[in-house]
Design a protein. Structure first.
Length: 444
């Protein structure tokens, strides 16, 4: 059977793949597993969600599952994922549950789990929770059943935390924020205003249906236009649960997660906060990031694709900054997971303290053209051991030298091999990617 947990919790079409029955069982099992280490008190869980329609249904099921396992529930309502992670820690809960499918379309939903302290779960704990779905258990009765309480000031607690983590007031900055009609629709505009910026909010009227609908970090075109229209200094686009962001400079040009990391890495290095002078990024980060960091004597540690792997490396090695090209950026001194609002505040703070435009700050990195070709294959394993593929990759790498890069990566969910090529010119990258795609297709 396929593993229930993916790279970021359990996700699927709500009420078909991700049913209330599954949500209830999953929450109950999580409560039993994550609270098993300490029997001295009744376990406590915090629960938050994004505003999509199915969130109400799944929240009810999750709360029922947690309380049926004897856990008390602190219900947060609609809040970003990083707010839930933060409140797991500050409310001293044993676990947290975020009901969201992040950047996915409205019909999907998901369940993300956090352990005590607000940390994402390692594979072993997820496997233990999954195994617990099929095990018979004795349920508490009477006073052993969990209780439910609403945390009325959950959003304000999170906002105050973000303001504390913002090192410089943002007075004088005008920002357009695209909230993706998602979980950040209230707190993002509010915290940016309280930090001192002039804020113009778009796509900040969630109705349960319009989340991620041609808006947010996956669809930044409207934000690019709005920044120019309003003469703003920058734009910020969040995804549905606001654990990431991308930015737009004053001319309407997109600034991706790699460029944001470059800006923040230099800021932290300047203040002496960049532990071991090292940034953590995934294999998909642009070669331009590597070249820019090398020029400033900053090391890069590379992980597999997925913010969970970045988080694992940050925790294991004690590094201060990591993230992904998609805009998941983690600052472990202030957050246990990717936090799009925190990231945006730190970028704006850097603009305010230096007096430089976002374009100037991001200009430290030259983003090389990157071409990605998805190649359908019959046998991913055959491609992995193919001598012809290896020889073709070696030939392209030799042609590109230090000014380009090749990455072949099998899909984890489909019969595809992803061929990625970076080069100084788009035509060069496209030609090389097409050539390699042909070799990969023949090898399978």
């Amino acid at each position: 059977m396929a593993r229930l947990f993916g790279t970021d919790g359990v996700r699927g079409l709500a009420n078909e793949e991700l049913t209330p029955e599954l949500a209830l069982s999953l929450a109950a099992s999580a409560a039993r597993v994550l609270a098993a280490h300490d029997r001295s008190h009744r376990p406590v869980a915090v629960v938050g969600r994004d505003p999509r329609v199915s969130g109400e249904m799944l929240e009810a099921a999750v709360v029922a599952g947690l309380t049926s396992a004897g856990a008390d529930v602190l219900r947060l309502g609609v809040l970003p994922t990083p707010a839930v992670a933060y409140l797991v820690g500050t409310l001293e809960a044993d676990l947290g549950v975020m009901i969201s499918a992040s950047h996915n379309p409205m019909p999907d939903n998901g369940i993300k789990l956090f352990a005590a302290g607000g940390h994402k779960l390692p594979d072993g704990i997820e496997d233990e929770i999954e195994a617990g779905l099929s095990e018979p258990v004795a349920r508490p009765t009477g006073l052993g059943v969990g209780r439910v309480h609403d945390v009325a000031d959950a959003g304000e607690r999170y906002i105050q935390h973000l303001l504390t983590a913002t090192p410089h007031p943002l007075a004088g900055l005008r920002v357009v924020v695209d909230c993706a009609n998602g979980a950040s629709s209230v707190v993002a505009p509010e915290v940016y205003r309280k930090a001192g910026a002039e804020v113009i909010a778009i796509h900040a009227e969630p109705d349960g249906v319009n989340i991620n609908d041609h808006c947010g970090s996956n669809h930044p075109d409207a934000l690019c236009a709005a920044v120019v229209e309003h003469g703003a200094d920058l734009g910020i686009a969040h995804d549905g649960d606001a654990d990431r962001c991308v930015a737009v400079d004053a001319s309407g040009e997109l600034i991706d997660g790699d460029q944001i990391m470059a800006v923040l890495a230099l800021a932290l290095a300047e203040s002496g906060e960049l532990t071991k002078n090292t940034l953590v990024a995934t294999v998909m980060s642009n070669l331009g990031l590597h070249l820019a960091m090398r020029a400033h004597e900053i090391n890069i540690v590379t992980t597999a694709v997925g913010d969970r792997y970045v988080l694992e490396e940050l925790r294991a090695s004690g590094f201060a900054l990591g993230g992904e090209q998609s805009g998941h950026v983690v600052l472990p001194a202030y957050a246990t997971t990717g936090d799009g609002l925190l990231t945006a505040l730190r970028v704006m703070s850097r603009m305010a303290v230096t007096g430089k435009s976002l374009a100037d700050l991001a200009g430290v990195m030259n983003r090389l053209p990157q071409v990605l070709v998805n190649v359908p294959v019959a046998d991913k394993a055959a491609v992995a051991v193919s001598v012809a593929v290896r020889d073709a990759v070696d030939a392209v790498e030799a042609e590109l030298g230090e000014e380009g890069r090749v990455l072949l990566r099998p899909s984890g969910t489909e019969q595809l091999v992803r061929v990625m090529v970076e080069a100084p010119a788009h035509d060069t990258a496209q030609a090389a990617a097409d050539r390699l795609a042909g070799v990969v297709s023949s090898a399978s």
